[in-house]
Design a protein around this ligand. Sequence first.
Ligand SMILES: Nc1ncnc2c1ncn2[C@@H]1O[C@H](COP(=O)(O)OP(=O)(O)OP(=O)(O)O)[C@@H](O)[C@H]1O
Ligand SMILES: [Mg+2]
Length: 234
Amino acid sequence: MNYNEQSKNSIFNIQHSALKSPLLNAKGISHDFDYPLFNNINLTLNPKETIAIIGMSGCGKSTLLNIFCSLLQPNVGDVYFKDKNIFQLSQKEMLELRRDDFGIIFQAHYLFRGFSADENLKIAEFLSGNKIDDDLIEALNIKHVISQGIGELSGGQQQRLSIARVLTKKPKIIFADEPTGNLDQDTAKEVMNVLFDYVSKQNAGMILVTHDKEIAFSCDKVYKLVDQTLEQIK
Ligand SMILES: Nc1ncnc2c1ncn2[C@@H]1O[C@H](COP(=O)(O)OP(=O)(O)OP(=O)(O)O)[C@@H](O)[C@H]1O
Ligand SMILES: [Mg+2]
């Protein structure tokens, strides 16, 4: 093998192993508030993979997602991003992880209310150093409302704007809690296509909580949170 082939091979191996090692690994997660919510949950998310979590209202899906995305420390268990135990990071490392690597899309979206849609995107652009992707704005069908103030957008438009804002920073993992909850079926499908497309093009991963079975089953894997445990049903 000549030098060129060797270096090509090693680049391939690096890329290959980066694609194979998990993005997120949750080990032995247990948590309770007034009563036990779940016990000994394990979950692995690989690059390019999308995972849906379904389950009855109040069973603990949002709580579990909050744990996976670093916002809530579980009573027991660890969550690893790549090889880092996220609950052992310093405060500075934790902020960097949330700013650079994790994209959190929750129903209560945190848009800056005194600003226009466009200004909200510019802020994301400024904070992340990444350009807003115009195709994304078009695909999310919010181009026509881009100069309007946040208060003048519908709930679904705000939701799509917050998705655009999160994707602008190019996160490695998207955590989404009912991201299509405010949307009609057609718009919901389009938003999901934007998210799936993002995951596949960026070698990212996604963990999604939803009540919509059709959307859940369009993910690679589906887990049901039931009897305090995650049961894989796809
Ligand atoms: N911060 C908290 N303090 C105390 N109890 C909480 C807290 N957050 C959630 N809970 C309780 O934990 C349980 C699970 O809540 P969670 O929001 O995780 O459910 P969920 O599966 O996401 O429900 P839904 O499908 O309705 O969104 C509920 O009984 C809720 O009242
Ligand atoms: Mg919830």
